[in-house]
Ligand binder design. Structure first.
Ligand code: HEC
Ligand SMILES: [Cu+2]
Length: 359
């Protein structure tokens, strides 16, 4: 670069480091997404160059001065086939390449650690399986696949981490997931990319990527001692779900042990998989799907339990043992002292009507 003046070069370098054209590549998928993007930029630039050269070249070659008399050209099949097939091939390469990345982005590995994220005007509330919750912050370990399960408590939001090249909608009434694996430690920006009202621009936060050791320390220092499933267990009792769902033979409701991801037969003969979305519906809208062999006596819990509360209940049902006790839930809480039962559910799991404020 010695032909650029050193001052100009220095200025450029400084500018590029302070205003980078791209966010850092901090996840496994990031370089793959960027490679496809660079390819598309390259193809566009080559196309642009060819078009400009042809425009300039033709206007010189076929100017009125050189060709005062216009000649009618009837067309050339070979030419038309060439400019159809070459771009088609290029676009198909982009399509297949993009599809391969898409499948990678949307298929979380089996060992992905699930973290729940609830969007709400105007903050992001994060629920870790170990019971840690945070607002507008997301602490994760480096080198571990993480799956986020997203839902909104009010309007459409969209959760985007540019440095990881991932983005997913947070939609009211529906769980969406996105996964990524951070490849370096550090702090990265995340924000809402769906205009969602007055303070949309303040719906931002930071992902803190830590070494596994630091992450363990953070987990231990940020928990009340109860996992999300244990919070769910308390909520299950305080909402009297256990009046109908229990291990007793005369229980009025079905036994919920091992119900997670099981195939259920409904009263109309349909079968469904009891995944997160189904369990959420079963709690908030029980009359919509009645399990075969049971009376439609379950009351709705709409408005009585917040999205975080529903998440805790689902997490409880996922870990449910046949005797309806969460003995030991997750290795993230193994290093923590045993907690005694009998506490009431934490404030964040209380009814949705409750107001929250940013810390
Ligand atoms: C009055 C009794 C009663 C109460 C209280 C009750 N349920 Fe139910 N529940 C039922 C019955 C009966 C069914 C099966 C019929 C149906 O699908 O509605 C059911 C179905 C379900 C299902 C669907 C799974 C399946 O196997 O059918 C889930 C999940 C569930 N309840 C969770 C809960 C939770 C969580 C609470 C507390 C917030 C709760 N229930 C409170 C009676 C009750
Ligand atoms: Cu938003």
């Amino acid at each position: 670069m010695d032909h650029i003046s050193p001052v100009l070069w220095q200025f450029l370098q400084k500018w590029l480091t302070h205003f980078p054209l791209f966010p850092p590549e901090a996840s496994k998928i990031a370089p793959q997404v960027d490679a496809l993007f660079y390819f598309m930029v390259l193809v566009s630039l080559i196309g642009l160059t060819i078009v400009i050269l042809l425009i300039v070249g033709f206007s010189i070659l076929y100017s009125q001065k050189r060709h005062p008399q216009a000649v009618q050209i009837e067309g050339s099949t070979l030419l038309e086939a060439t400019w159809t097939i070459i771009p088609l091939g290029l676009f198909l390469v982009m399509f297949v390449w993009g599809a391969l990345i898409y499948f990678r982005v949307y298929t979380p590995p089996a060992n992905a650690m699930n973290i729940y994220v609830v969007g709400k005007q105007w903050m992001w509330k994060v629920e870790h399986p170990g019971g840690q919750h945070e607002i507008d912050m997301l602490h994760i370990p480096v080198g571990q696949p993480i799956q986020l399960t997203l839902i909104s408590q009010d309007v459409f939001h969209s959760f985007s981490i540019p440095a990881f090249r991932v983005k997913r909608e947070a939609i009211p009434g529906r769980y969406n997931t996105v996964w990524f694996e951070a490849t370096r430690t550090g702090t990265f920006h995340f924000f809402c990319t769906q205009y969602c009202g007055t303070d949309h621009s303040k719906m931002i936060g930071e992902v803190v990527v830590m070494t596994p050791d630091d992450y363990k320390k953070w987990l231990a220092g940020s928990t009340s001692g109860d996992s999300l499933a244990q919070n769910g267990e308390r909520l299950f009792a305080s909402l009297s779900c256990n009046a109908c769902h229990n291990a007793r033979p005369d229980a009025r409701g079905p036994n919920l042990a091992n119900v997670y991801n099981a195939r259920l037969t409904l009263s109309d003969g349909q079968t469904v998989t009891a995944d997160d979305a189904y369990l959420r519906q079963a709690i908030l809208n029980p009359s919509q799907h009645i399990t075969q062999g049971y009376a439609p006596i379950m009351p709705t819990y709409q408005g009585q339990v917040s999205e975080e509360g529903v998440i805790a209940l689902i997490e409880y049902i996922k870990h449910l043992d046949s005797d309806y006790r969460i003995q030991q839930t997750l290795n993230t809480t193994e290093l923590l002292p045993d907690s005694e039962g009998g506490k009431s559910a934490p404030a964040s799991l209380a009814p949705a009507a409750q107001k929250e404020t940013k810390p």
